[in-house]
Write a protein that binds this ligand. Structure first.
Ligand SMILES: NC(=O)c1ccc[n+]([C@@H]2O[C@H](COP(=O)([O-])OP(=O)(O)OC[C@H]3O[C@@H](n4cnc5c(N)ncnc54)[C@H](OP(=O)(O)O)[C@@H]3O)[C@@H](O)[C@H]2O)c1
Length: 342
């Protein structure tokens, strides 16, 4: 049986990445693709790299007949997403890639996103979409909230350690570099080649990045107490990829063994041999996350590094992994492609 899906926001980066991934999926058929400014255009005009695919013309959301759709991916900006999803049929399976349904506490949502949540009933039924930690809930969910791409990388590097209580919960530093496609396709001066290339900068310093809300929520939940990490993101002059370096205090071998136990059966998490460091080059275009652990020369200090592609494991690949579960298919279906290298 083939599942019919729609992608809302198909003229953006994560929407196009979903199309690329689904084009290799044996059991999913793309029935509708939406856009806003680019509605009426062919995907080949907006994304020439998808020219070979027979795809529906980009349309407005209101033109889609959702009674024909089994599952809808929403790759829209936050705030728009909750407005759009509120108007969709209440029986439709939805994977939302935006931030709108990630935070369970409406006050936390308002604090980090600056506007009150307008779909609180939907928020209550949403499941946080990091498959490796919420697999069983996702299988039976109707609405899944894909995680932030930075949040996913930090969660893979730290959540098993916090859950197992093998690191000092009050001394966690996360230094992260994110490629520019993480900011989406809309035009922003600071993302012009002349202003981004050959340079490197931190942003949202002082714990002000919105994904801190996800770290607070997820780390505190598994620790059973408030956990606050020190987090600084950096904008990397590259197109794809996230590299997160965590500085933690604990025993390096115990930390490594904790990852071995946590990720032994995970198809997309690759724990590197002890002491090896991951690279964004080795996960590009794939749904894999590489994790490395090394002991510091200072006794009791350990470095954990995680790398993933923000457009696959950090968003669209993760979304397809969740959709596979929601549709009763194998979690890895259409997602086992090797990374693109060099
Ligand atoms: N980029 C990443 O690495 C990443 C990772 C994780 C999560 N996310 C989240 O995923 C979502 C999509 O991100 P993106 O990077 O793909 O963004 P993007 O490239 O800016 O694309 C946004 C899409 O939404 C459409 N859109 C914008 N305003 C709309 C409106 N009012 N009504 C209907 N459609 C509208 C755009 O259509 P037009 O272009 O035709 O106007 C476009 O198709 C965001 O919520 C983002 O935070 C992104």
């Amino acid at each position: 049986m083939t599942h019919k899906i729609a992608i809302l926001g198909a003229s953006g980066y994560t929407g196009a990445e979903l199309v690329r991934l689904i084009s290799q999926h044996p059991k999913i058929e793309i029935t509708a693709l939406s856009a806003d400014r680019k509605a009426g255009m062919e995907m080949a005009q907006v994304f020439p790299h998808l020219r070979h695919l027979p795809l529906p013309t980009l349309c407005k959301i209101g033109e889609i007949d959702f009674s024909q759709i089994d599952l809808c991916f929403c790759a829209l900006p936050h705030k728009t997403s909750q407005e759009v999803i509120s108007a969709l049929p209440k029986t439709l399976k939805i994977v939302d890639l935006s931030a709108d349904f990630r935070l369970r506490d409406p006050a936390a949502y308002e604090k980090w996103y600056g506007n009150p949540h307008s779909a609180l009933e939907l928020q209550k039924e949403a499941v946080y979409g990091l498959t490796e930690f919420y697999r069983d809930d996702i299988k039976s969910a109707r609405l899944v909230a894909g995680t932030g791409c930075n949040a996913a990388t930090g969660l893979f590097a730290l959540r098993p350690l916090i859950s197992a209580g093998v690191i000092d919960l009050d001394e966690i530093i996360l230094d992260l570099k994110c490629a520019v496609s993480g900011a989406g396709r809309s035009l922003k001066e600071g993302l012009l080649h002349a202003e981004l290339s050959e340079g490197y900068n931190a942003y949202a310093v002082g714990g002000t990045h919105r994904h801190v809300g996800e770290f607070d929520q997820e780390f505190s939940a598994v620790a059973g107490r408030v956990v606050q990490i020190q987090f600084t993101p950096h904008l990397m002059p590259a197109n794809r990829g996230i590299l997160a370096t965590a500085y933690v205090q604990g025993d390096a071998q115990v930390i490594y063994d904790t990852f071995v136990a946590a990720y032994a059966d995970e198809p997309f998490i690759e724990l590197l041999p002890f002491g090896e460091a991951p690279s964004t080059h080795h996960v590009r275009g794939s749904n894999f996350c590489h994790i490395g652990v090394a002991a510091d020369r200072i006794e009791g200090r350990v470095i954990v590094i995680a790398a993933l592609d923000n457009l696959t494991k950090g968003s669209s690949g993760q979304a397809l992994q969740n959709a596979n579960l929601m549709l009763g298919e194998s979690e890895t279906m259409g997602l086992m492609m090797a990374p693109l290298f060099p």
